[in-house]
Structures are given as C-alpha cells and as structure tokens.
Design a protein around this ligand. Sequence first.
Ligand code: SAM
Ligand code: SF4
Length: 354
Amino acid sequence: MTAVNLGLPHVPSVSSPGSAPRPDNPALIDTFGRVATDLRVSLTDKCNLRCTYCMPAEGLDWMPGREILSDEEMLRLLRISVERLGVTDIRLTGGEPMLRPGLEGLIGEVAALRPRPRLSMTTNGIGLAKRAAGLAAAGLDRINVSLDTVDAEIFQRITRRDRLSHVLAGLAAAADAGLAPVKVNAVLLRGINESEAVPLLRFCLEHDYHLRFIEQMPLDAQHGWNRGEMVTAAEILDLLRAEFTLSPSPDARGGAPAERWLVDGGPGDVGVIASVTRPFCSACERTRLTADGAIRSCLFSNDETDLRALVRAGARDEEVADAWRATMWGKLAGHEINEAGFAQPIRPMSAIGG
Ligand code: SAM
Ligand code: SF4
C-alpha cells in the first residue's frame, strides 16, 4: 500500500466541533485547525505498581482478554494510522506496556511500518534493566520512565511496592541501550514527595536524564483528585528555584506539552507539564487508541469510537480510517477541567493510556 500525501490542511476555526462539514482530507484534522500526528497506544490496562494517584491498592477489574486487541488487530490499526492518517509518532503506554506479552515482536512490526514512525514508550521501568537492550534492538527509539522520588521509602509509599532499585537499574540500562534521550516523568503529591523535586532534578542532571514534572490530573480510578491538594506548576517551579536558576529554554515548544527551562544556564533542562493550570490544548497533536480498540480525541473525552467492532465486523481499511477521522473531527477545543460542571472521564488513566 502506498502512503497518502497528507499535505498540511488549512482548516477554518469554528465555534463548536462537528458543526462544520468535514473537508475531504486524509489527515486527522479537527474543527479548530489542529492536526493529530502523535498517537498514544495503550497496550494493556494491567499494571504491576499501584501508584496512589492512579489506582487503588487492590488494583482494578482488568479488561477481559477477549476485549483486548490482538497483536494482529493492533498492528492493523497502527498501519492504518501511519499509511492513511499521517501519524508520525507512536508512543506505547498503558497500564504498564511491558506487561503486554510479545512486546518486542510488536515493536519490531511497528518499526517496519512505512513511513517509519518514531517509536517511544512510557513505562514504570520494572523489568527494564533486563529488557532495555532487546527493546532497542527491536526498534524502540526512546523511552520515558516514570519516577516520582529517589527515596526508597517514599517510592514504596507512592507506588505501594518496594521497587525503587529496579527502576533505577532500568533507567541506567535504557541509557546504555541508546534509548535516548531518556526522559523521566514525575508527579508531585502534596505532603508526600514535594521534598523530592530538588533531589530528583539533581539525580536526573547527574545522569543526563530529561526530567519533566506533570501536574496531577483528575484521572485516578478512585476519583480522589482534589484541586486544592494538587501541586501546581507554579509551586513546582518555586521549589526548584530555591536551589537552581531556571531560564526559559530557547528550544521551540511546538506541540510538546512540557514548558522547558534551562537549569543553571544549561545544558541540562527541566520540563513542567501544566495540564491543569496552563492547558496546552490549542496546540495538541494527539490521538489515542485504548487497548480494547477505542479511539479517543482527548484524555478527558467521554466520547469514544469503537474501532474494534469495525475491525471484527470486517470493515475495510478506508472505513476504519474514516471512523478515526470522524472521531478527531469532533475533538473539543479543550479539556474543561477548569470549567464549572467538569466531569471526570469514566475510564481512568490506566485504561486510556497516559
Ligand atoms: N505505567 C506506565 C508508567 O507509569 O509510566 C505508563 C502508564 S502511566 C498511566 C503514564 C504516566 O501517567 C505516568 O508518568 C504516570 O505518572 C502518569 N499519571 C498517572 N496518573 C496520573 C494522574 N492522575 N495525573 C498525572 N499523571 C498521572
Ligand atoms: Fe501503573 Fe503507571 Fe498507573 Fe503507576 S502510573 S499505577 S505505574 S499505570
């Protein structure tokens, strides 16, 4: 199959999604002029940690196996996204993506797609020490490892597991395997790990890992998020400025969610993803595929399109592609967390893909 020339669409802005007729354009465009080229794919909703801001101690009712896309179904959708919809970046996530059986094989197949997408993965790092070299050899380009603290006790308190040393070994192995730049994602929780902001940044600068703090979002399964408790981007920056000089990074931000700062004049830097207090929805380039085959135009959306049903009913590639385009055409202007009446999405982060 030949790749479609997607060009760059010019789409006029309209006030509400879906009210304008959808132009005949192969790309994932929406009514606000955005083009989604970055696909987040959840490979599983299962996880081997229990981060308090993500899920309860007992875990969740995992999706039944028959509901999860098979490798063949998943690969078909990824191929359609690359060949027909202009997706250029694929990020594997979950749940914990390394719990997906046959992950390395799947990565190899995704890396063989043409045009070859940039391929990255967000992981908690458990088991990465042993697998990093194999993942890189299979075709993974880059990795984001989630780490909220470099203190073993705090790690156990947040993740409810005693695994800090595994994650640190995983990070080192990822760097050795060339999965660079190795990025670290951290969420700060009030009264629990705010004190870790500075030690985390020191640790990351020392090892040349690129640290990004993420504001805690209302996406936990137990609906325990509380705006007053959230450590804001402004507070995170204040915590860091007590020890470091931060200056705005000269690098263009583009559609990247992180605002970046040079630390002590550089070259090391730190990012802050202020999803709640400084939303970046107007520059969003994302589309999302859940492990059970639903397309979502936004983390916070409650509208999904069930592509698995189409695939299992024998739909042609172009029919699947068009259902995907229609979902993205309906993407809202923003996530509305800061609006009165905001309702948390039914699916938790671990079942959407973070
Ligand atoms: N299990 C993998 C991991 O932890 O990296 C991938 C999935 S996890 C849902 C992806 C990212 O979402 C992690 O960096 C995690 O810290 C973040 N995350 C989870 N729940 C969050 C929340 N309520 N607010 C902000 N970030 C969250
Ligand atoms: Fe698992 Fe990632 Fe959620 Fe932590 S944030 S419980 S590692 S899915």
